[in-house]
Ligand binder design. Structure first.
Ligand code: HEC
Ligand code: HEC
Length: 384
């Protein structure tokens, strides 16, 4: 009799318990996400020849322990667009790193989950993979991308979470178990898995299909005129690469390519580009305590610039024309000004570009915009 009573009681509790559980849909991925049955290709092997050059590939900061896989980047993409990763579920990584804006932001300082403003301008993420020293953030305070990706979630302005609460949130969302299973062979949701998947997605964001790339593929060296460029774009390209503007013309000092080099348009490490004569933001030196690196900042890739201005770590220049004005006559004699921007006498360079040269440089920079990256669904928001 007692056994029967216990049985009924237990069944009643069982029913009650079951009815309190959130319903797990039969196919949680299809319920919440638009994902293809076979993952998109995040590991293309058909990179254009000019892009897949030794000097670009040598700057790839992918660690052996976390290669990009199609399944890992798919999971990373979902995490990147998931607003549940911020304290009040209003903000995702993608809120400040927008696909249509070179994975950057058009606000000078981005707005965090509770309305606060970030201390620096958001960074574009296309080709972030190609930066040889592997350090991330303007001041390079994260030694690797794996270290970087969990910092914004914990930032009190940006997303306002603790690592434990992020793991708990991800655990509670039904679509993550199958995504973890595909990516890492286990439904176990871990901090390491979240970190590695986010880093894989960011590294998958490669840009090599701009008008620049289309022209580059048709010639042997970047210095040659590109058949698909206007005369103005070719003039800007010549100035960028520091080739004399014409027969007998003076060589252009402070050529852009000396810092924004290779087909990825980045440098191997941080530089000071003469924004201020005295340090206002300590940059890399403020992190590592090296006085010779005070005022040095990460050299961003110049791909996909147009939408993600204002420019520089503090977004001080609203337009590319203002950036060119800076390099033309505005380079300041900071004690750590990088030698690439000093002339033979040690003074800051003053190339004093003409109006036509300035317009040509801007026109050239715009050839680095990659419309296919901006529209590629594999980098877009997967949520329904
Ligand atoms: C509220 C806006 C905001 C959100 C949300 C945000 N970021 Fe950022 N991100 C920034 C800003 C601002 C910087 C530059 C900060 C600095 O250097 O001090 C930055 C820098 C970065 C960088 C460094 C790029 C480089 O080349 O060094 C990466 C990578 C990055 N964010 C990835 C992410 C990921 C992944 C997420 C989500 C987990 C995320 N961000 C969420 C604003 C944001
Ligand atoms: C000494 C190395 C150096 C040289 C030479 C150089 N740059 Fe830069 N560039 C940098 C650094 C470092 C930054 C980031 C500075 C910061 O935000 O503090 C930068 C930033 C930029 C940005 C803004 C990118 C962004 O994401 O906000 C543009 C555009 C740019 N440079 C274009 C050029 C052009 C065009 C030239 C040639 C006229 C040039 N640079 C020459 C080092 C250099």
């Amino acid at each position: 009799m007692t056994t029967m009573k216990n049985f009924l009681l237990l069944s009643a509790f069982g029913l009650l318990w079951a009815s309190c559980q959130p319903e797990v849909p039969a196919d949680p991925i299809a319920e919440y996400l638009n994902l293809p049955a076979t993952p998109y290709d995040y590991t293309p092997t058909n990179l254009p020849e000019h892009f897949a050059q030794a000097n670009v590939l040598a700057s790839d900061n992918t660690p052996l322990t976390n290669p990009v896989t199609d399944e890992g980047a798919t999971l990373g993409r979902v995490l990147f667009y998931d607003k549940n990763l911020s304290a009040n579920r209003t903000l995702a990584c993608a809120s400040c790193h927008q696909q249509g804006l070179g994975f950057g932001d058009s606000a000078r300082f981005s707005t965090g989950f509770a309305g606060g403003k970030t201390g620096r301008h958001s960074m574009g993420l296309s080709n972030a993979r190609f930066y040889a020293n592997g350090a991330f953030f303007w001041d390079e305070r994260a030694a690797s991308l794996e270290e970087q990706v969990l910092i914004p979630v914990q930032d009190p302005i940006e997303m306002g979470m603790s690592l434990d609460s992020v793991v708990a949130r991800v655990n509670a969302l039904p679509y993550y178990a199958p995504l973890f299973e595909s990516a890492f062979g286990s439904e176990d949701i871990t901090e390491t898995g979240i970190r590695n998947a986010l880093a894989q997605f960011v590294r998958s964001i490669m840009s090599y299909s701009s008008p620049y790339d289309q022209g580059r593929a048709q010639v042997n060296t970047p210095g040659e005129p590109f058949p698909n460029f206007t005369a103005q774009e070719n003039q800007g390209k010549a100035l960028f690469f520091g080739i004399p503007p014409g027969p007998g013309g003076p060589p252009v000092p402070g050529a852009c390519v000396t810092c924004h080099g290779t087909e990825a348009f980045t440098a191997p490490g941080p530089r000071n580009n003469g924004l201020d004569a005295v340090t206002t933001d300590a940059g890399v030196g403020g992190v590592n305590g090296n006085p010779a690196q005070l005022g040095l900042f990460k050299v961003p890739s110049l791909r996909n610039l147009t939408g993600r201005g204002p420019y520089m770590h503090d977004g001080r220049f609203a337009t590319l024309a203002q950036v060119i004005d800076h390099y033309s006559t505005g380079v300041q004699d900071h004690p750590n000004l990088s030698p690439q921007l000093r002339g033979p006498n040690g003074d800051p360079v003053v190339p004093n570009f003409s109006a036509a040269q300035k317009a040509a440089l801007v026109a050239f920079l715009q050839t680095l915009d990659d419309a296919s990256l901006a529209n590629d669904v594999k980098y877009g928001n997967p949520f329904k």
